[in-house]
Design a protein around this ligand. Structure first.
Ligand code: AMP
Ligand code: MG
Length: 341
């Protein structure tokens, strides 16, 4: 229970973070809206001016990436790629190329369960107004899903969607990727330790100055009330962590939960898990794999994590908890046994 005492709880979309102060160094924290969510940036610094300036620059980077990679804006590079589907390759920036490369890596290692070409089906679902598309619409749009039809050319920095009507949606990787980039900005502005938390996609770097770990809580995906219940705390030192859950964006109709993580094979929500948390070096990877492993389900998902040596915690549809061996020493479970449904 010691780490619980250390925790300076910060409620943030299902996760809690902690940072403390020592000597002349202080912890500075700010939360702002970016990437259509709340992003909290925490830095350790010996100067408030230095901390503030670095944090400002990091938010600037997040906003720049949000604009560049926005699926819903007419003016983004993603939109330019989508408009030219089935027509011609589009020359893109280093960042757009890089995030698509990382997305393809996740697709290739999750049997296509993570697939950014789900765009046309994503647009059919309206979680705000609780509208599920009809089966025919889903079937029609599902025909053009397939990451193998994304052609990238590194030399020319171009991206080409082979089939007309294809659309890429980077929603399953953008927050993690942007968190990594914001950390790069903080580092290049002299910050040695901190956290960028874009809702459930979090990148830590450096060490807390008391040499403690950064502690992140995992939320109970089936908590009853509005107060967050933590089922586990993960101790991190410099890694990233992401959680994808079926409680983030959903509606219920006739006892069925319709949520935002879609199986590219069916165009419908994936039903094997309640939440998946991934721990790895980069937040782009944790973000993409949290989404992809959620779709794969617990059995195949654990297989992929073990094969790649990526750590994770899967809570399956019955509430059973699966933890990779690599995490067992750095996780504290708040539940009595491995099931808490
Ligand atoms: P996350 O919250 O990171 O799990 O990402 C979910 C978001 O990614 C959704 O809102 C969609 O925009 C997109 N998405 C949904 N299903 C998939 C999938 N199977 N592969 C890639 N992106 C997806
Ligand atoms: Mg994701």
């Amino acid at each position: 229970m010691k780490i619980l005492k250390d925790l300076l709880f910060l409620l943030l979309c299902g996760m809690f973070l902690c940072a403390c102060t020592k000597n002349h160094e202080k912890t500075y924290k700010e939360s702002r809206e970016s990437l259509h969510t709340v992003v909290a940036i925490t830095v350790v610094s010996d100067s408030s001016d230095k901390a503030k300036s670095a944090i400002d620059k990091a938010y600037h980077e997040l906003d720049r990436l949000a604009k560049l990679l926005n699926f819903y804006s007419e003016h983004s590079e993603v939109s330019e790629i989508n408009k030219n589907a089935g027509n011609k390759p589009v020359k893109v920036s280093v960042e757009t190329f890089e995030i698509i490369e990382k997305a393809l890596y996740a697709s290739e290692n999750t049997e296509g369960a993570f697939d950014i070409t789900v765009g046309p089906v994503v647009k059919l679902w309206d979680f705000k107004n609780k509208v599920a598309p009809d089966a025919d619409q889903i079937k029609e749009k599902s025909k053009i899903i397939g990451y193998k039809n994304i052609l990238i050319d590194k030399k020319d920095s171009t991206v080409f969607l082979e089939k007309k009507g294809m659309q890429i949606d980077l929603g399953g990787i953008i927050k993690g990727y942007a968190a990594d980039k914001a950390v790069e900005v903080l580092k290049s502005n002299g910050i040695k330790a901190g956290i960028v938390a874009a809702a459930g996609d979090i990148r830590t770097f450096g060490k807390r100055h008391d040499e403690g770990s950064w502690n992140v809580g995992i939320k109970n995906p089936r908590q009853k009330g509005s107060v967050d219940e933590i089922v586990a705390v993960v101790k991190l030192s410099g890694q990233a962590i992401s959680t994808s859950g079926d409680y983030e964006r959903f509606f219920e109709k006739n006892g069925i939960r319709y949520h935002h993580i879609l199986d590219p094979k069916t165009g419908n929500p994936a039903y094997g898990c309640q939440s998946v948390t991934i721990v790895a070096k980069e937040a782009a990877i944790t973000d993409a794999f949290a989404t992809g492993i959620f779709v794969l389900g617990p059995k195949k998902g654990m297989g992929v994590l073990n094969k790649l040596g990526i750590d994770g915690i899967i809570i399956d549809k019955e509430g059973k908890v699966y933890i990779t061996d690599g995490l067992k020493g750095s996780i504290e479970l708040m539940i009595k046994d491995s099931t808490f449904a």
